[in-house]
Design a protein around this ligand. Sequence first.
Ligand code: GLA
Length: 740
Amino acid sequence: MITVIQFSNNTFHIYNDDVSYIIKILKNNHLGQLYFGKKIRHRDDFDHLLVEKGTSLAPCVFKGDLDFSLEVLKQEYPSYGTGDYRDPAYQVVADNGSSITDLVYKSHIIKNGKDAITGLPSTYGNNVETLEITLQDDVIGLKVLLRYHVFSDIAAIVRSTAFINISTKPLRIERAMSASLDLYDSNFEMITLDGAWARERHISTRKITSGIQSVASSRGASSAMHNPFIALKRPQTTETAGEAYGFTLIYSGNFLAQVEVDAYDVTRVLMGINPFEFNWTLLAGEKFDTPEAVLVYSDSGLNKMSQNFHNLFRNNLMRGKYKQKSRPILINNWEATYFDFNEESILKIAATAKAAGIELFVLDDGWFGKRDNDSTSLGDWSVYLEKLPNGIKGLSEKINAMGLDFGLWFEPEMVNEISELYATHPDYAIATPNRKSSYGRNQYVLDFSRTEVVDCIFNKMCEIIDTANIAYIKWDMNRNITEAFSHSLTAACQKEFFHRYILGVYSLYDRLIARFPEILFESCASGGARFDAGMLYYAPQAWASDNTDAVERLHIQYGTSMLYPIVSMGSHVAAVPNHQVDRVTSLKMRADVAYFGTFGYELDLNKISAAELEQVKEQITFFKKYQDVIQLGDFYRLSQGNFYCWLVVSADKSTAILGYYKILASPNPSIKKINLVGLNSATEYSCNNKNYYGDELMNVGMILETEFTGLTQSDNFEGKYTSGTDKGDFTSQIYVFEAI
Ligand code: GLA
């Protein structure tokens, strides 16, 4: 694989074997965008790709040159106010109140490798090349760095921007997108991942049309309502064929992902920190970095787009001991006990879990302060000794002695009104002076934009973690920010709050990871309300949803896989009737869905029958055997709707595992057959005592278990006639294909 960034004839060509990205220095010294898409051959001159097309009324840069108008040109990092009336990539206000800028090309650097962005999550690797272009506005003294990174083996460009004040007066940034992209046409459908608590990341698809369409968050977290992701696909693109562009932000706070179709059908994509409720004062000499945006291209369907994200996140974003390792099978006590537990009941759950083959016990909410319900104790990270008389130390030692690792829940960013922390430091809670504060789950959000608040929580967490042998931490975050305000910020800087808050969250993660590098973090936010690429840099897995129902999880996990790898999706088998939707599904289906994630259990195994416990043991044995294939292989979505189907194929294509799920049964059904993908055509695979060649499985397809066709009693034969073993609603089938 090659990675190259070339500069000739005032044109940058960034490419690897899969993608090309071409930027041209225009005759006004601004940057024009020529192309992003499938790799094209390099040539010294791409001027023939430049479209200069004016209209008689469009504002033009040079007198009499009607064809050179910013209103019509495809641009790299556009501004507002000098002819382009589309939404701009940035806005910077000078001390005289003007936001007119003129960023012209000054210089560039091309180098191997890439730098981390201080204080923010960012991609890294050895197989990456960087282009940094410096633009400058000499009138207001603003320098802007546009950074581009291309990894040798991934069809993606990673971008970020930095603003530097080289004047002697303050500048105010009002908008700072990480990336802007002008595509030649608008024949696209936009995919977004939308939802709410317990129904996160459902896929929605709409045709884009003239004007602005966007998803965003202003909640202080990336949110369950919209994930920081959009894809633009051609109307005919499927999971396995056709063009698709995917965009995400490596960021966990307020974001904007916007698509604007202009009068000439150019589609402008903007991705960055949400400009709503944002600005940033840049004093003389200061620098502001945006988060990174990832721009992925696929010419072979949505699966390829997703696999590019999966590979980038697994290889060049996630860190730590579990980076490229399958994850421990855990049991979590939340749905088993909620707040009602003590040391004895926890040890009973753990002992049965250990006997079933589980590797890690996670103690969820309720172990600290006086926490018997959600109205108290957040912020007081000291052990609730009436529940756990031997402390976390004593409990974790007993759990370790059973042969299980021990994990613990924290919600570091929060405080309850009823708590010692709030009594001592009421000002640590986010609140606007002289205004009532809104409640959310009976708790307030701590002002993590203040270093002393982060220090305080860091010290409290360390006191607990230091006492015990903690292998895993579930970092929860259960409410969004209201009445945003910080005592540490001046009136002019209050709109820096949301970004400073998330920088505070990242700094606490950084400090904990530096001090406890062995701990596996799982992020969580009332389920999956902060499941984003920013979090994956610190916590390589995230609890996908509080909804543990197998049917609901099909929608959630299918949507999540649009950009997040299987190995990052927290997925557990829970009790029935399900606590979120009261649905009863089989233990088999619950596991068959949960296998395609981190896999674990969230119920009291002492409360199921002996036969079911045997089944759990078999499930764990199965999962351990195929865990590496599932969590580290290539994932493909094959179908959704009443019949969900997905597939993982090991990197060497020797093993493939197919999950097939039926939601509702239908009468007198058709034959069910699914065409596999990603196998070796010439390899012979065995599955359930039958042998198939890869080309058969991919072209003829795998004929699945026959659906039940009804009961009949007839004179023509004796007794009852039935056919089909796949009976009833909510069923699942797992097929393992192994190369012979
Ligand atoms: C959130 C999480 C749950 C659980 C509870 C505990 O809702 O998503 O998994 O940890 O908090 O209060």
